[in-house]
Design a protein around this ligand. Structure first.
Ligand code: SF4
Length: 193
């Protein structure tokens, strides 16, 4: 029963959010807005068409077509990787950032949360976070977690570095999500009384 009710609420929330995305001016498809949003929260190792495909669970063809439309409308630009010319990075333009600032979070969500007692906000975030983690794990998906919670993040004397890439990270980069994020495992509880 809990599963049915949870599905119902999540599906309806998704309907309302997508319906509002369709009202964006200038007009965008919900999937276009989702891609721009992803690019606004991901780090420099995750701003590629392959990472978007993985994150949104879309086909390569849909992603490539949607990115071309967004580029032609001036919301993002493509940059070739300095070390590997086969890799393309997608960067939001000022026009793309301005659009996101005007459209997200959706007003319908802002209004809904305003009606919810403040003390329930933290609890809601925690529950959604835990549900997301378990669903991703069940599906064998990558966690796409925030860098500052990654097992590979190393605190240096001045700032941080990534143990996977060996590169330094600015403080603000540790707030972004990453395709290579490694989730720390919960501590093993001692079951012996
Ligand atoms: S520390 Fe983890 S999350 Fe951060 S850039 Fe490296 S792999 Fe990605």
């Amino acid at each position: 029963m809990t599963t049915h009710k949870t599905y119902h609420y999540l599906a309806r929330l998704g309907n309302l959010i997508r319906a509002e995305a369709r009202k964006t001016k200038p007009k965008l498809q919900p999937v276009q807005l989702e891609m721009l949003h992803y690019l606004s929260v991901c780090n420099r190792y995750s701003d590629t068409p392959a990472a978007i495909t993985e994150y949104l669970g879309l086909t390569k063809g849909t992603v490539s077509q949607t990115l071309s439309v967004l580029e032609s409308k001036g919301y993002l630009s493509k940059k070739i990787d300095r070390k590997d010319r086969r890799v393309v990075h997608l960067k939001l333009t000022k026009k793309g950032r301005d659009l996101l600032q005007d459209s997200l979070p959706p007003r319908v969500l802002i209004r809904g949360l305003e009606q919810l007692p403040q003390q329930q906000h933290g609890q809601l975030i925690d529950s959604l976070h835990q549900l997301l983690n378990s669903m991703q794990e069940a599906q064998g998906c990558k966690s796409f977690g925030v860098c500052k919670t990654c097992l590979r993040l190393k605190q240096e004397e001045k700032g941080f570095s990534c143990q996977l890439t060996g590169e330094s990270l600015h403080n603000e980069e540790t707030e972004l999500i990453c395709r290579e994020h490694l989730t720390p495992k919960p501590p093993v509880t001692d079951k012996v009384a």
